[in-house]
Design a protein around this ligand. Structure first.
Ligand SMILES: [Zn+2]
Length: 155
């Protein structure tokens, strides 16, 4: 199969996928005859037009995970630096911590979700420009929003 990421013919890989459509933001604020003003309340949901599949080889997926690992190492480096050097580096350690938390969450999400995110990133701008879609969800995000009733299929 041809990998969409490296454009090479590879033997080992998986099909990853994501959903595309439009993100809708609806004002569901309560109106009280104009007398009492409530904080505006917005509900976000997605109109889904379809699902896009991309085949990505295992080498490209491993490279992505290796990239995350090096970012994690960098984050840990900043934290140790801030402990060793001075409070000036506290701000760096704060960013380091945020980065560590974010990357760790990505890595823990598993192969399928990392691949889905790669597939999404590879196709997003093309689908945005060509078809005008501006709402994209990995299968994991789709499942979660579906359970929250925030998905509407437009088929
Ligand atoms: Zn590849």
């Amino acid at each position: 199969m041809k990998c969409q990421k490296c454009s090479r013919e590879k033997e080992n890989g998986y099909t990853y996928s994501f959903f595309y459509g439009k993100q809708m933001i609806e004002n569901v604020s309560q109106v009280d005859g104009g007398l009492i003003f409530h904080a505006p309340n917005f509900r976000t949901w997605y109109k889904i037009f379809g699902q896009h599949n991309s085949w990505i080889c295992n080498d490209c997926l491993r490279n992505k995970i290796a990239f995350y690992s090096s970012l994690l190492a960098l984050g840990c480096f900043f934290i140790s630096l801030s402990i060793l050097v001075s409070p000036i580096f506290l701000i760096l350690s704060f960013f380091g911590l945020m980065m560590i938390a974010y990357i760790a969450k990505l890595m823990l999400s598993g192969r399928e979700d990392i691949g889905d995110r790669m597939a999404l990133a590879l196709n997003e701008s093309h689908m945005r420009e060509t078809y005008g879609y501006y709402g994209f969800l990995t299968r994991k995000q789709y499942k979660k929003l579906k359970s929250q009733n925030a998905i509407q299929e437009e088929t």
